[in-house]
Design a protein. Structure first.
Length: 315
């Protein structure tokens, strides 16, 4: 009877001890990841937000905006940044909360809010009329830039985007780490460890039906699994459907030309989203890549460069 009465307390102590060990492990891996992946670029401060960006090449400006869970380094690893920098001036941003960029609390980081921040950052950098390319969640920010600043963006390149609100059963699980109290506990204990266990499975899904690119093997996974970046990723997962709902009614007003690229077998976002966007926008072209998934910039970097080249002459 005495042992039975102590069981809940022992279980609670065991859970606390496990959470403490997990928190120590996450902290150690976070510190190691940041030591091994120092900022590769420069910083610009806008409205109290410190943004990290990589700036390479010369010529007409091209701005690269990564998707949810990644960072500017994603474009470097894929080869797109290096190839594009051979003929353009390429500026790849860590969006707020990703990589080495800050994401202050107390703000709703919608596509419009990020567009406003990035527009001011580009103004400070003296960049006018860039081609803006977004991948996945970054396409929403690219579209917001085109809609909000029609004379400030030359053209858009949109890769593997989510543009129209749909039922997404994966959103509640992905958004959980953004919850006020429970989410914070998850981010600093179990979420990074579970994310590491599921990393290979998620990579296969992102690249399917193609194999995972060898280049992606060098992606600094623990940079994405840091508590700060998990907060940004979870918040954007929660915002994904409302963000698309807020933008899709404005697409017909977009006067900025767009080149849309999508993998026919995308398992993260159905390729029909891109087809529908192409039918909706006043000035757009669509490229569907057979046997490609969500990560088209790794699988077909030359086709992505061709889309940038096409966007350069569409305006």
């Amino acid at each position: 009877m005495i042992l039975k009465s102590r069981t809940p307390a022992l279980l609670a102590l065991g859970a606390l001890a496990a959470a403490g060990l997990a928190a120590l492990a996450v902290r150690a891996r976070t510190q190691r990841a940041e030591r091994e992946n120092p900022p590769a670029g420069q910083f610009v401060e806008v409205d109290g937000v410190r943004l990290h960006y990589i700036d390479r090449g010369q010529g007409e400006p091209v701005v690269l905006l990564h998707g949810n869970g990644t960072m500017a380094q994603d474009f470097d690893l894929s080869g797109v940044l290096e190839i594009a920098a051979g003929r353009y001036r390429v500026i790849a941003f860590d969006r707020p909360g990703y990589g080495h960029s800050a994401r202050p609390r107390g703000r709703m980081w919608t596509p419009d809010a990020q567009a406003k921040l990035l527009h001011e950052a580009l103004r400070q950098l003296g960049i006018e009329q860039p081609i803006v390319m977004g991948h996945s969640w970054g396409t929403l920010v690219a579209l917001a830039l085109g809609l909000r600043y029609p004379h400030g963006v030359k053209s858009l390149v949109l890769l593997s985007g989510y543009y129209f609100p749909t039922l997404r059963l994966d959103v509640p699980a992905l958004a959980a780490p953004a919850l006020p109290v429970l989410g914070m506990l998850m981010r600093y204990t179990v979420s990074p460890l579970l994310g590491r266990l599921m990393w290979s499975r998620m990579a296969k899904k992102m690249f399917s039906p193609a194999p995972v690119s060898r280049r992606f093997g060098d992606f600094p996974r623990w940079m994405s699994l840091r508590p700060s970046q998990l907060r940004a990723s979870a918040a954007e997962a929660a915002l994904m459907i409302p963000a698309a709902a807020g933008l899709h009614g404005r697409y017909r007003d977009l006067r900025t030309p767009a080149v849309i690229v999508v993998g026919a077998g995308d398992r993260i976002v159905n390729a029909e989203q891109s087809t529908r966007l192409n039918d909706t926008l006043p000035r757009s072209e669509l490229t569907v890549i057979p046997a490609a998934g969500h990560m088209v910039h790794y699988l077909w970097p030359r086709k992505v460069i061709a889309a940038i080249d096409r966007a350069a002459v569409l305006a």
